[in-house]
Structure formats: structure tokens, C-alpha cells
Design a protein around this ligand. Structure first.
Ligand code: SF4
Length: 338
């Protein structure tokens, strides 16, 4: 398969949603220098969960987080990530001390043919590769294990899992390439706590507050104390209380439908043909309805608005080979908008 281009579901999904964004990422190999921090957090938790499910060793799992956030003493962003990931994983280990599934594989990669549904012939240009978080056995059935970190867990979030066609397609490829029949998907959802470490107040802020309290007080005095910054230990305690709530973790089992396999494979073929046509003609049109999907600008917004200005590329983007999610270490998150 080596002379054909490796592609991923992320690539085809991006191409379907906005061809221009797919050109920037998969033809020009560009990613923003400033990556989305939610994606980086999700990648770290995925890596840590792999260690946990492989070893059931919490110390080794937390050690991975420590090393990933080695500069947390001086880096605000790393400290935030470290606190949240550490508390989340401690809570996770306490919530699931035993499992009712058996782990068959973790971070399993696959590579398979993309076939023409009309003729059954394999694409001469592309293969599809992917990586599943895990394959587990429950009783005599196999499920894909799919980790999700969610900002909010509500009924609409769970409803939307049905539209997660990637796992349906992956189920098909796992069956084809590994010969394991997949009954469904076990979604393993971990909710992100919204707590913030309190910064306390500066001397000047305290004096202002104290002066206001004195002005309001009949005695002309105030016993107010300066609010000091919350220590790391105090914040971890507060996070631990939050993660003691079972609602911060959720497992949802969905069955994959066999009919969807055919629909998705046919759609995948159509996308390959459209991509070949776009590449041959050098035409990747914009889909501006996607620019602010999920309430944030597309990572290519600055570049797109500038009409592909090379100065914008030099200042805000760098080259990174595609499909980072397939790498063995998988540390770099894909900066994809959709
Ligand atoms: S900014 Fe909008 S049109 Fe441009 S690549 Fe992103 S989604 Fe597409």
C-alpha cells in the first residue's frame, strides 16, 4: 500500500466541511503555531488513560502528566492543565477500581482499502488509516473504547454521539483488517471541571476592599483579611471533591448499525473522487458557514481572510506533516476545526 497516500477520517471530514481548510492542512501541511489548548488537554488525557488501562498503575499514569507539564511552576497554562488532568485521573481511578470489560488492545492502528462501491475495486490513490483508543471485550462481544473529555455532559451531548460516524467507519475497518467483529462503541466520557485556582488579591486590591468595608462600617473599622492565593494543595483538594461526584464520569454503550457501514463507505469513496478532482484542478473552495463552528474561529481564519498571504503564513503557521494522531507517541494534537 506504500505508493498510495495515507488518509484519515479527520482529513475526509475536514474536506467535506471546508475544502479550503483541507487544502491548508493536507496539501500545504500548515498548522497554527498556537494550538488549541482544549485539543492539547484531550491528547494528554488520552495518553494517560492508555497508561492507566494498560498498567492500572496510578503512580505511572500521574507521572506521565507530571512529565508532560514539567514547566508548570513557571507556565500558567501548564499548571492549569496539570491540575485538571491530575485530579481527573485520580477521580477516574477511584471511580473505576475494577472494570466489567477486558482490554483486548489499546491505541490500535489500522490501515485498509477504500473501495469503489460500484465495482468493489480498491482506490489506486488512497488508503484509510486510523487509530482507535481501545478494543474491549464485554461477555462475548467486542466494543471499540472511545475516550471523550467533555466540557458539559447533558442529554444533547449524548444524543450527538450518534452522529460520531468516525467510530462506525472504524468498526468496519477493524472488522476487515483485524478480523474482530465489533458490536458497538463504549464511550468513556470524562467531564472537565470548571473550577479555577484562586489567584487571591494583591496588597492594593486588599487595601481598596478594606477601605470600602470601613466606609460602610458604623464602627469605622474592619477585620477583613487579605485573600491569599490558593495553594496547589488546596486547589487539588477542591478538585478532588468535585471529582468524587460520580456524575463527572459517564459510560455510554452504543451499537453500530450494519446499514451505516455501506452508506459511510460509499460516502468515503465520493470524497476521494471529489478530492482528486479538486487537487487536479487546484481548486479548493471555501465554505464560510464553517468559519465559526463551535463558537470559535477556524484555525485557518487569519490565513483565509488574508487570501493566503505568505506573511501571515510566516508569522502564524508552521509546517507539520499530516496525520499526527497516527504517530506512536501521538503527543501532538491535530489542530482541526471540525
Ligand atoms: S476560515 Fe472558513 S472558509 Fe476559511 S478555511 Fe476556515 S472554515 Fe474554511
Amino acid at each position: 500500500m506504500s505508493d498510495r497516500s495515507v488518509t484519515t477520517y479527520s482529513m475526509w471530514s475536514l474536506f467535506r466541511n471546508c475544502r479550503k481548510a483541507a487544502q491548508y492542512r493536507y496539501v500545504l501541511d500548515l498548522v497554527p503555531i498556537e494550538r488549541d489548548r482544549n485539543l492539547a488537554f484531550g491528547s494528554l488525557v488520552h495518553e494517560a488513560l492508555e497508561i492507566w488501562h494498560r498498567t492500572r498503575d496510578l503512580a505511572a499514569t500521574l507521572d506521565h502528566v507530571d512529565r508532560a507539564c514539567a514547566n508548570r511552576a513557571g507556565d500558567e497554562e501548564q499548571r492549569r492543565t496539570w491540575h485538571l488532568a491530575t485530579a481527573m485521573l485520580r477521580g477516574y481511578a477511584a471511580r473505576y477500581p475494577t472494570e466489567d470489560f477486558e482490554v483486548v488492545a489499546l491505541e490500535k492502528t489500522f490501515e485498509g482499502e477504500i473501495t469503489n462501491p460500484a465495482t468493489g475495486a480498491a482506490s489506486r490513490s488512497f488508503v484509510l488509516a486510523g487509530k482507535v483508543d481501545g478494543i474491549v471485550r464485554v461477555g462475548d462481544e467486542h466494543y471499540l473504547l472511545e475516550h471523550k473529555t467533555a466540557a458539559v455532559l447533558d442529554s444533547s451531548y449524548l444524543e450527538r454521539l450518534w452522529t460520531d460516524f468516525q467510530v462506525t467507519l472504524y468498526s468496519f475497518y477493524i472488522e476487515q483488517t483485524l478480523g474482530i467483529s465489533i458490536a458497538g462503541v463504549l464511550y468513556n466520557v470524562l467531564v472537565k471541571a470548571r473550577l479555577q485556582q484562586s489567584a487571591g488579591e494583591t496588597e492594593a486590591e486588599f487595601e481598596t476592599r478594606r477601605a470600602e468595608l470601613i466606609a460602610k462600617s458604623k464602627s469605622g473599622k474592619s477585620s477583613a483579611q487579605r485573600r491569599m492565593p490558593e495553594s496547589d494543595e488546596e486547589f487539588q483538594r477542591r478538585l478532588a471533591e468535585k471529582y468524587a461526584d460520580p456524575a463527572m464520569f459517564h459510560r455510554e454503550r452504543l451499537y453500530v448499525s450494519r446499514e451505516q457501514f455501506d452508506t459511510l463507505r460509499a460516502e468515503l469513496w465520493e470524497l476521494t473522487q471529489a478530492f482528486l478532482d479538486a487537487r487536479r484542478r487546484g481548486v479548493f473552495y471555501q465554505n464560510t458557514s464553517q468559519c465559526f463552528q463551535y463558537g470559535r474561529p477556524c484555525p485557518y481564519f487569519a490565513l483565509c481572510r488574508s487570501g493566503g498571504n505568505p506573511n501571515v503564513i510566516d508569522n502564524l503557521y508552521e509546517k507539520l506533516p499530516p496525520h499526527q494522531e497516527l504517530r506512536a507517541d501521538a503527543a501532538a494534537a491535530e489542530a482541526l476545526p471540525f
